[in-house]
Design a protein. Structure first.
Length: 308
């Protein structure tokens, strides 16, 4: 009960801060808390709690106060919650999971960053210079602007991480650290928002009817593939799911045919499909899924254009 309470506190704080979206995974926060802490209570053939025994094995129980022991439990639970969230992302949001995995690999290979747990949130902090964690962390808007300056569409994650290090090091207003998951989300948004310029050379040899056919085929491929994941598991209704691909089709048309998709608003166009849709509901329930499906369709379209 204590571990579950600690897990709930951390998960609810992430939800309140907009750093966790459970609508993607169709799981209640209480159930996710149990899922995250379950590993702590795994037992071996002798019914010994292996992880708890190992965790407290080097600690002198007699010399440790109850308050200190409870704090140790909290640290263990917070660590398991963060690991559980990453596991959920890998399972239900493969593109985000892949970015997070590649970021962790880059952190190990480059050596410029460390992963730091601060108040239950995993940060990527500079390692070769003082991360100045006493300063506030970059607001989401500032982080997006920084990543927009860094990412131009063709970079690999190690290159992005190296540029991020230079940008963080050169400023002094904020801590030289950023939250791991919001950073991954910001990188993905930058990839999704790539302009039509990457397709321009290949599009010149195709007429409009060919491009429309490729758009339709790309959307159909993604729509069929992910129907069970979202409609079958009741994350979306058929109407909501179909509406998303109507929006995707209009956006891809604006990018690939009209060459004017830069200011296209996914929210405005989805709100036109779903009556009475507020921005808050869109952000909480639909935004991440729509952006993910759009990125999949855009990637599929790019592959088909190159084949043509």
């Amino acid at each position: 009960m204590l571990c579950h309470a600690f897990a709930l506190v951390l998960l609810k704080s992430k939800l309140a801060a907009g750093r966790l979206n459970l609508n993607l995974v169709n799981i209640e926060v209480h159930d996710l808390a149990y899922d995250c802490i379950a590993e702590i209570f795994q037992s071996d053939t002798h019914n010994e709690l292996v992880q708890l025994k190992a965790y407290f094995g080097s600690i002198s129980m007699e010399a440790t106060s109850d308050i200190e022991l409870v704090d140790l439990v909290r640290r263990l639970v917070f660590s398991k919650v963060n690991q559980g969230i990453y596991r959920i992302y890998f399972e239900y949001d493969p593109s985000l999971g892949k970015i997070i995995r590649n970021m962790k690999i880059a952190i190990q290979s480059l050596g410029n960053f460390n992963e730091v747990d601060r108040f239950g949130e995993m940060l990527i902090a500079t390692s070769v210079i003082d991360p100045q964690l006493h300063l506030p962390v970059l607001p989401a808007e500032e982080l997006d602007r920084m990543i927009c300056d860094i990412v131009h569409g063709s970079e690999r994650i190690p290159e992005i991480m190296a540029r991020l290090f230079r940008h963080l090091s050169s400023q002094s207003e904020y801590a030289k650290a950023v939250p791991l998951v919001p950073l991954a989300l910001s990188i993905r948004r930058s990839f999704v928002q790539e302009s039509a310029e990457q397709y321009a050379p290949d599009l010149r040899s195709l007429d409009e009817s060919d491009i429309r056919t490729l758009i339709a085929e790309s959307i159909s491929t993604v729509k069929i593939k992910y129907s069970d994941k979202y409609v079958g598991r009741m994350k979306l209704t058929n109407k909501e799911y179909d509406a998303m691909f109507n929006v995707v089709e209009r956006n891809l048309t604006a990018i690939a045919i009209e060459l004017d998709g830069k200011d296209y608003s996914l929210y405005d166009n989805y709100a036109a499909e779903i009556e009475g849709l507020s921005k808050s509901i869109y952000h909480d329930r639909y935004k991440a899924i729509l952006e993910y499906l759009f990125s999949l369709c855009k990637s599929e379209l790019g592959k088909r254009i190159k084949l043509e």
